[in-house]
Design a protein around this ligand. Sequence first.
Ligand code: AGP
Length: 367
Amino acid sequence: ALIGKGNYRHFMMKEIAEQPTVIGDTLQAFMNPLERRIQLPNLPIDLAKISRLTIVACGTAHLAGFVAKYWLESIARLPVDLDVASEFRYRQAPMDPNGAMLVISQSGETADTLAALRYAKSLGQKVISVLNVPESTIGRESDLVLHTLAGPEIGVASTKAFSTQLVVLACLALATARARGAIDAAREAALSAALTEVPARVAEILNHDAHLKEIALKVAEARDVLFLGRGTSYPIALEGALKLKEISYIHAEGYAAGEMKHGPIALIDENVPVIVVAPTDELFDKTFSNLQEVMARGGRVVFLSDADGVRKLGNQAMAVVELPKVDPFVAPILYTIPVQLLAYHAAIAKGTDVDQPRNLAKSVTVE
Ligand code: AGP
């Protein structure tokens, strides 16, 4: 069927707005409604016994894998190696015989990701893939496909594919944690409940659109933009920077907040907006002190946090976006939405071709 933009100016905005629905659909596919807990299909590997998971992907899908690394290591106690496919495939990496590979791809056709999968299979690894197009080359060559139910994604900049990848990966982390005895029933129930609330929270965040557009107009004037975060907010900072670069052509960098003092702080002045991804989690105070270092050097902060964080900051930032207070486990899914909207509106302000940015292709089948 022909897919239209509906009432939206761009596919990207339509796809951003679809997220409450497609996140809900994806979650439902992995949630046992009676037991209200995550249930994965039969896996080709025993999550309790594997020694290591190697996650490989490209671009935005790689950043979903980056969030998954934090989840799988901290919640499921499973060691994770993560790399971009174009590096992994040429590195002749030895792979643990008791390990497995996870590849993540919207299209299922990315050449480097496919080559990484084939390398792992040549070493006898089982491969699970997280795909939006299961009837793809990567889908056919995987031992198991976990399907993101994002529906067709037309905008070159990935939005709903990314957030649904995070949902599938969160489910995988919970199932792995249970299999490995790394989580007790009460904590598992709490994290599952937090996931169940995500579609409604995403819908709330979409109501901040007009405010984020105002902020984006200021961001669009900058030559360089910095995104900072710690823990699972670090990959979201990287994703915010990638999104801004690819559709607005503004130079942006994502940085681990604690690493800023080792170099990038030299860039800070009143011309550099610094977007701080800061849910109140166990690392919030650390991120907050990095934010103060930025402000002390005249940096113009855009502060993404919840009511507790906003209260602590007061009115010192250039802009504040107050997001719902949630369990930190699901924060990376929610904080994705404002960075998408900032990039979208900055691109509109710049007058770029949002759905078809220059030099980019939706599916990268060249190496
Ligand atoms: C996302 O906004 C990018 N256009 C790009 O990084 C993309 O995520 C990457 O090319 C991977 O594509 P895939 O998910 O189809 O494998």
